[in-house]
Design a protein around this ligand. Sequence first.
Ligand SMILES: O=C(O)c1cc(=O)[nH]c(=O)n1[C@@H]1O[C@H](COP(=O)(O)O)[C@@H](O)[C@H]1O
Length: 268
Amino acid sequence: MNKQQLVAAIQSSKSYLCVGLDTDISKLPAHLKQHPDGVFLFNKAIIDATKASCVSYKINTAFYESMGLKGWEAMEKTLHYIPDTHFTIADAKRGDIGNTSAQYARTFFETLPFDAVTVAPYMGEDSVRPFLEYENKVAIVLGLTSNKGAEDFELQQAGGEKLYEKVLRTVSSWGTSDNLMFVVGATQASELANIRNIVPEHFLLVPGVGAQGGSLKEVSSYGMNAQCGLLVNASRAVIYASSGEDFAVRAQQVSEEYQQEMALYLNK
Ligand SMILES: O=C(O)c1cc(=O)[nH]c(=O)n1[C@@H]1O[C@H](COP(=O)(O)O)[C@@H](O)[C@H]1O
């Protein structure tokens, strides 16, 4: 799925919700914890329950890699189960010397058919460039993250501007708003107006509503552009809305609540 198709999906479903499949085996309901295919079965139920109210799924690879081969298989099965009407993100935060980044790009864009992968910009242009060389694929580069550690580097002054501002300005010159998006934490809503001045056209992946306390209302009012331009991610708030056997029903309710609120902001 490319950016134009994502924009069309947002318009038709009146949602810019990305459900985060941060599936932690220790948090699965008891009946799935014991099952050899429990992680996939959990994800399958979540996808069935939320696909009508979201437009994207983000698979955070850490939760699967930590399980070894079985986790990688569950990730692959999950990715193939997601309908191709939904934008798929590998949240892997990769980036290395160009020769190695090319292998990461192959991993997530060829071996696994994700639409997008999250990329750390710290190593510079040659580390990001291999992710931009695929048609209809997107590199989602870390801009201003949601965590406390954003203060350590991203919000520090670097040559007359904040480091994250330099990252947005510089990285946006390496590609287009079709093959680049940026991560901005929902907890950083006060910076969003400024961010929109620097990258007015790009989609922003905004994690941090729900469990991290970011405000969907603030993110939407400061971050939305003419094409919506936002993918707001919620992981734990949706997938662990209940720890019992009714987990999928509760996930559906929470996902629908986000969608209904988003529909209001899209109609403004
Ligand atoms: O790149 C990300 O997705 C990301 C960037 C960021 O600044 N903050 C952030 O929380 N994330 C990811 O977004 C998800 C947030 O999960 P919840 O807090 O459970 O909704 C996790 O997969 C994080 O790794």
